[in-house]
Design a protein around this ligand. Structure first.
Ligand code: G6P
Length: 515
């Protein structure tokens, strides 16, 4: 496929800014999932989408944990997986060996129910989490072990590369890896990007210090820590002060740790707008779009999400129920199409959540359906083409997470939508910092406010719809994935300490303030 302008820009920026480095991306999930029959399934979630652009443009090496038996076999073989089935395309993926039991502790006990829940304020804190021996064991035998395996594989990969390694570690599943890498390669350039919200210090105190301290020590082994929004940066710096007793320079976004300066920066993640539009014009998406026309009603509300408690699916359906209660005129004339990707179903909390979501939809449909009308269309599946067909067709896009690092649905939908649809957006999604002024903002907990926002969106005059959706499209096109990458690469070039004997491109050391 033709390279998009964003990919070309990333390639140019990488050549300009990364000449001295060999980049290595580290993430828990590999960008593609090898299936038993040799096919490659695309990886789930926003992280993979954003980083694939960087890896494709720079031919970076990518290191991930082996998550499945197929991946464990590949890890054992020692041969990297290619991200594309075309051997001339793609980039190499090095899978770190794990054993199934250790990985399960890492993923289903620590990373998702514990760390993800801590970052998104998802606990009912009166009764959970219960920190006990089994949790500590999962931390040591699962989380730590998988982090060590990924770090070791990344170090081995770095030793094969021609230039100074640049480790780009991603997200909450790998907080411990950077410290191990730093201890083996003190001169490496290291950046860690956290794709999810950073909580305020008091909430993070739920984690015992035996977990919290290694998390900060691991992260602070990097030269730069990237977060999504200015609020995340603020919260991180507060945590450094309150939980680690460190000195920070809030205005400059720097922490003094172990005699080194660590920079804390916001880089709002984004999408490849042309790639999304190209996909929108593909024949399969057009076919699926035509199929939507056969069943849609006059107005269509769409939501596309992983089945994650942070996505606030149930309150979204309750808001829709309120809309149907208050406005019988919509009966038979509107459908809410929820296209949901089942997520993390090996984690108990996620299974229970999906059950609750389905029960809510069934109840609402039973309450309002008629012989000719089903109010909610709930589809479970993993199919980007179908998601894009939904994006093209909506009048209202509902994005109402309790809390979200960024939320790429809020950016993907508006750039392909054909109906000047309205974005109803949670004020607690990271995307709100950029798009809030042109969306209808909602408090995600308030189902009445959400219902009223949907109602307003459904009745909005065409001119206002067009103005709002054009403004969002322009912001996303300007703040695209190439900009996300460029801002990080510029900082890596100017803020990572030079190798001994070399000079830094630009010295912007802050004046440190004492706590
Ligand atoms: C979010 C996280 C990623 C994660 C993705 C999918 O985007 O930030 O780190 O990979 O969700 O979740 P999963 O657990 O399926 O990898």
């Amino acid at each position: 496929m033709e390279q998009t302008p964003a990919l070309k820009a990333i390639g140019r920026d990488a050549a300009r800014l990364l000449g001295q480095f060999s980049p290595i991306i580290l993430s828990n999930r590999a960008p593609v999932e090898p299936l038993a029959d040799g096919r490659l399934a695309p990886g789930a979630g926003g992280l993979v989408k954003a980083l694939t652009s960087l890896a494709s443009a720079t031919k970076a090496s990518w290191v991930s944990a082996s998550r499945t038996d197929v991946e464990r076999d590949i890890a054992r073989s020692g041969v990297p997986l290619n991200s594309s089935t075309d051997p001339d395309q793609g980039f190499p993926i090095f899978l770190a060996p794990t054993d199934a039991e250790g990985y399960q502790l890492h993923y289903t006990i620590i990373s998702n129910p514990l760390l993800w829940f801590a970052h998104h304020y998802l606990w009912n804190i009166a009764v959970e989490p219960v920190v006990d021996q089994s949790l500590h064991k999962a931390w040591l035998d699962g989380y730590r072990v998988v982090n060590e395996a990924v770090a070791r594989t990344a170090l081995a990969t770095a030793r094969l590369l021609p230039r100074r390694p640049l480790f780009l570690t991603q997200d909450y599943q790998l907080y411990l890896a950077p410290e191990l890498i730093r201890s083996e390669m003190p001169d490496a350039a290291m950046q860690h990007f956290v794709h999810i919200p950073w909580p305020e210090p008091r909430y993070l105190k739920v984690l015992p210090a035996t977990m919290r301290d290694p998390i900060f020590k691991g992260l602070l082994a990097n030269d730069i820590i990237g977060l999504q929004t200015s609020l995340d940066v603020h919260n991180f710096l507060r945590c450094c002060v309150e939980l680690m007793g460190l000195r920070v320079a809030e205005a400059e976004g720097a922490v003094l740790y172990g005699g080194r300066l660590v920079w804390i920066r916001a880089y709002p993640v984004s999408i490849d707008v042309d790639a999304m539009r190209q996909l929108g014009e593909s024949s399969r998406v057009r076919e699926l779009e035509a199929e939507v026309e056969t069943w849609r009603t006059e107005k269509l509300i769409v939501r596309v999400d992983r089945t994650d408690p942070s996505k606030n699916l149930i309150r979204g359906f309750l808001a829709y129920e309120r809309l149907l209660e208050d406005h019988p005129e919509y009966h038979g004339r509107v459908v809410l199409w929820a296209f949901l990707q089942p997520s993390r179903l090996d984690v108990v909390a996620y299974r229970n959540y999906l059950d609750a979501v389905q029960a809510t939809v069934h109840r609402i449909n039973a309450r309002f359906r008629s012989d000719t009308w089903e109010p909610t269309r709930l589809e479970l599946g993993e199919d980007m083409d179908r998601a894009v067909a939904a994006y093209k067709s909506y009048d209202v896009l509902l994005v109402n997470p309790i809390l979200d690092g960024m939320n790429l649905v809020a950016k993907e939908g508006p750039v392909v939508n054909k109906r000047s649809g309205v974005l109803v957006l949670s004020e607690s999604a990271g995307a709100h910092e950029e798009l809030g002024a042109h969306a209808l903002s909602i408090n995600p907990f308030d189902v009445d406010v959400t219902a009223r926002a949907i109602h307003r969106a459904l009745r909005m005059a065409p001119l206002e719809r067009a103005e709002r959706s054009n403004a969002i499209g322009q912001i996303v096109a300007t703040n695209d994935v190439a900009r996300w990458v460029r801002l990080q690469l510029e900082d890596i070039r100017s803020l990572t300490p030079p190798l001994r004997g070399q000079s830094r491109a630009r010295d912007t050391r802050p004046v440190l303030v004492r706590r």
